[in-house]
Write a protein that binds this ligand. Structure first.
Ligand code: ZN
Length: 85
């Protein structure tokens, strides 16, 4: 009973997650790749193969591109009844 389990709980200290949740298939398999010479970023799901390309500023991070990706995905599914402000 009083036995202590020495279980090392490791929290990976990564700066940011590199893999994101796919809005289409729901798996954590979305990666963002930057094509610096083109000034674009490609978001691609390793699970369902869904991909999108976005213009990326040098200051953009993975998460910024991912946000655009999800925004666009959900934005397209909704029949636009509201204009983007
Ligand atoms: Zn997917």
């Amino acid at each position: 009973m009083g036995r202590r389990r020495r279980k090392a709980i490791r929290i990976p200290r990564k700066r940011l997650p590199k893999v994101f949740l796919c809005p289409r298939c729901g798996k954590e398999a979305v990666r963002v790749e930057f094509a610096k010479d083109e000034g674009n970023a490609i978001v691609r799901c390793g699970s369902c193969g869904f991909s999108e390309k976005f213009p990326a500023k040098p200051s953009y991070k993975d998460i910024d591109i991912y946000c655009k990706f999800t925004d666009k995905y959900y934005g397209e599914r909704k029949v636009s009844n509201t204009a983007t402000l």
